[in-house]
Design a protein around this ligand. Structure first.
Ligand SMILES: *Cc1c(COP(=O)(O)O)cnc(C)c1O
Length: 398
């Protein structure tokens, strides 16, 4: 059974944003407190010289919305502010951000080092697109800091995700960032789970931070989006290659939905943290739960950079529990991939192990079929716990 942490998990405080911070044209926009949506694909030039200057590299403003759009730029600025970075680039999905970032930084012959249980579609990007193009990819146990450090000599890129998808294993960001720097390796982290409220990887030396903005940043299960943020020089490399030519840009309305989501991000994360901790602690003492994969119980050095723990974690149910009967008995929790919205969800590993794809991260990383990923939404945590308990009881009867 997992050890409970000795001191209570504290709630992170203090992301206060100023009114109108989204909008550099606040006065011109009648001091609208909500960022206006620039629903336009292009921005006309004032005259010939304005156009010629823009093409010579000195644009007076946005030109065409496959590049810049003011509503999207407001979201990009806000992410850079929250993550303590210099610049960001938003994309039409989290995978758009991951693929554009990785493909801007590696070339055939280069090596990527990443961790076991990295997000399943990042794994599939590595295996189905990058490996056939001549990029080498090595998967190492991210918990084992020495093993990662040994693996990155001669690598181009270290792709982290702490905690990892489904198994929630941590990595020591500070040590890995230092080791990567001395080997000239660029570090990238998928920070979707923690959000900048609970972890700011750039403060610990990580070069680029990616979010599946579809999840907590949006917060309402109504948007698919992604973003990468970091030093201007690295964002410029993405801006000069994959961003314009793969063309996976974010639309202005989605950017506006994301800005609205960010207004309540900290508040939502506090509630998710409470719900997650309540569920994890109670499930840890349930007789049919053999383990709880919850970062709040971990004393791995990787927990030093986490200021809180979100409500996405996994449990392993013992073999006596029929996973199908358990899943079908849930009344509040729904069966669904993704997470980050108000509604609670589960993903039973047994339902996703058998895939039409030849290349499967779940098979590669040998996902336990008794694993159930739990996402605690914003509902009453006592109701959520009662739902899981009654479903486990149904699963036991079979
Ligand atoms: C969902 C997810 C992604 C991909 O984001 P999309 O917006 O669905 O493309 C990447 N990383 C993690 C950890 C995710 O959960």
């Amino acid at each position: 059974m997992n050890e409970l942490p000795s001191k209570p998990l504290s709630i992170h405080q203090g992301e206060t944003r100023h009114l109108g911070a989204h909008d550099p044209n606040y006065e011109r926009h009648f001091r609208a407190v909500s960022q206006p949506i620039y629903q336009t694909s292009l921005f006309a030039f004032r005259d010939f010289d304005d156009m010629a200057n823009a093409y010579a590299g000195n644009p007076g403003g946005p030109i065409y919305a496959r590049g810049d759009n003011p509503t999207v730029m407001a979201f990009e600025r806000e992410i850079a502010r929250l993550e303590n970075t210099e610049a960001s680039r938003a994309f039409a999905s989290g995978m758009g951000a991951i693929s554009a970032t990785v493909m801007a930084l590696v070339a055939p012959g280069d090596r990527i080092v990443t961790v076991h249980n990295v997000y399943s579609d990042a794994y599939r990007l590595f295996e189905t697109i990058l490996r056939p193009m001549g990029v080498e990819i090595d998967y190492v146990d991210g918990k084992d800091t020495d093993a990662v450090i040994a693996a990155i000599t001669d690598a181009r890129l270290l792709f982290l995700e702490s905690p990892t998808s489904l198994t929630f294993e941590l990595q020591d960001l500070e040590k890995l960032a230092t080791a990567a720097k001395s080997n000239d390796v660029i570090t990238v982290i998928d920070n979707s789970w923690a959000t900048p409220v609970f972890q700011k990887p750039a403060d610990h030396g990580i070069d680029l931070v990616i979010h599946a903005a579809s999840k907590f940043l949006s917060g309402h299960s109504d948007t698919v989006a992604g973003v990468v943020t970091g030093r201007q020089s690295l964002i410029d490399r993405i801006n000069a290659s994959t961003f314009p030519y793969l063309g996976g840009k974010l639309g202005p309305f989605e950017a506006w939905l994301l800005l609205r989501g960010l207004d309540t991000l900290e508040l939502r994360m506090q509630r998710h943290a409470l719900n997650g901790e309540y569920l994890a602690r109670n499930l840890a003492v349930h007789p049919q739960v053999s383990s709880v994969l919850y970062s709040g119980f971990s004393d791995h050095p990787g927990s030093k950079t986490l200021h809180g723990h979100s409500s996405l974690f996994s449990i392993i149910l013992d073999d006596a529990v029929d996973i199908r009967a358990f899943s079908n008995a849930l009344r509040i929790f729904r069966l669904g991939v993704s997470w980050g919205g108000p509604e609670s969800l589960v993903v039973p590993a047994a339902a996703v192990l058998d895939q039409k794809y030849d290349v499967s991260a779940f098979r590669h990383f040998k996902l336990n079929p008794q694993l159930v990923r739990i996402y605690g939404g914003l509902e009453n945590p006592e109701h959520l716990l009662a739902d899981l308990k009654q479903a486990i009881a149904v699963g036991l009867k079979r």
